[in-house]
Design a protein around this ligand. Structure first.
Ligand SMILES: *Cc1c(COP(=O)(O)O)cnc(C)c1O
Length: 378
């Protein structure tokens, strides 16, 4: 089956007991046991597992053509569980200098307290990065592509090769591209993480995360930790995320097409200094994006304005675009990374520029979105 079909049918069929087409929502904390050492269907307590989470995990794994997926209460809970599963005191983690602010905070403010060294490296320059990895010998390399907020394209296959040569494992945060456009495991990555809050959920109504892996030993460790730590996705959250995923393929393709059109239109606007979008041939990673992404270049656009005042005025001046953190939903959002998503990088070498505005293109008619932006740009 193709991805759009899998999103709707994998692990999902009418309920045999009632014929309900939408599967039952099991709002229960605990499950009756037939005997002291058996279960009815493999479930005993919802922290340890429940049917809605299992269905969600099967669908997410299927979309990445992977053996295992784990669903968590947030993207950061997913990241934290993966880091705990792999790292030991004394290990080094290398991350790209342009990384999601929450990941940056987790890596630089939490893990060093547990004896983990975290080092920012320019992973966009693959040859230089390979030399650094060979020297640092990291246990993990953490990459996003496209990156946030600069939408750089990292060469996942080349990074996987360099990481493995240095004796480490490559993690790709695939939140922006989604499995619809990019499949990091097929490119050689060892684990994929998602904030399912974004495109997978897609409707700004649920927070969640996922880790996707093929390695059975890592999968066992993730399953153990999820139960031990207690950060699994809850029944209602799993259900909302699963509903979002049913339309993921269609949404991502449509939103990417709108984003490409808007990026082209905005490139001609005199008040925009630079339109950063991997689908434009002016983007330095355009050729790599064409090879690595399939069916679109994503629905995120970053604009560079004349200065901070112009960026703030745009972020606060739109009507259809809502000023809010997050991304990937049906409604278009606008944000100012310097004080919002990337505030944690202020004062560090990873600080983002103060003249950037990030757009998440939703499912509205792109002509209306352009009119809104044009009006706000003045
Ligand atoms: C939002 C986001 C996260 C964190 O996910 P939460 O669900 O907010 O915990 C991680 N990575 C990227 C790229 C994100 O956009």
């Amino acid at each position: 089956m193709k991805p759009a079909t899998r999103a709707i049918h994998v692990a999902q069929s009418p309920d045999p007991a009632t014929g309900a087409v939408a599967p039952p929502l099991y709002l229960t904390s605990t499950f009756r046991l037939p005997t002291v050492d058996s279960t009815v269907a493999g479930y005993d307590y919802t922290r340890s597992g429940h049917p809605g989470r299992d269905t969600l995990q099967e669908v997410v794994a299927s979309l990445d053509d992977a053996a295992h997926a784990f669903a968590f209460s947030s993207g950061l809970a997913a990241e934290d569980t993966l880091l705990r599963a792999v790292l030991r005191p004394g290990d080094t983690v290398v991350f790209h200098r342009d990384t999601y602010g929450g990941t940056f905070r987790l890596l630089t403010r939490v893990y060093p307290e547990w004896g983990v060294n975290t080092v920012a490296v320019d992973l966009a320059d693959t040859a230089a990065a390979a030399a650094q990895l060979a020297r640092l010998r990291p246990r993990l390399v953490w990459a996003e592509s496209p990156t946030n907020p600069l939408l750089e394209i990292l060469d996942v296959a080349a990074l996987a090769e360099a990481t493995h040569a240095a004796g480490g494992a490559l993690v790709v945060d695939n939140t922006f591209a989604t499995p619809v456009l990019q499949q990091p495991l097929a490119l050689g990555a060892d684990a994929v993480v998602y904030s399912t809050t974004k495109y997978m959920g897609g409707h700004s109504d649920v927070v969640g995360g996922a880790v996707v892996v093929n390695d059975p030993a890592l999968a066992e460790r993730l399953a153990f930790l999820t139960n031990a730590v207690g950060n699994a996705a809850a029944p209602f959250d799993s259900r909302l995320t699963l509903r979002g995923i049913k339309t993921l393929v269609t949404r991502v393709r449509a939103q990417s097409a709108s984003a490409l059109w808007l990026a082209e239109q905005l490139s001609a606007h005199p008040a925009v200094t630079e339109v950063i979008y991997p689908g434009l041939d002016t983007h330095p990673g355009h050729a790599l994006a064409q090879a690595q992404l399939h069916g679109g270049f994503g629905a995120m656009i970053t604009l560079r304005l004349r200065d901070a005042a112009a960026a703030r005025a745009l972020a606060e001046g739109t009507e259809l675009f809502t000023l809010a953190v997050s991304l990937g939903a049906v409604e278009s959002l606008i944000e100012y990374p310097y004080t919002m998503t990337h505030a944690a990088t202020q004062g560090t070498a990873q600080q983002v520029a103060d003249n950037l505005v990030r757009l998440s293109i939703g499912l509205e008619d792109p002509a209306d979105l352009l009119e809104d932006l044009t009006r706000a740009l003045g």
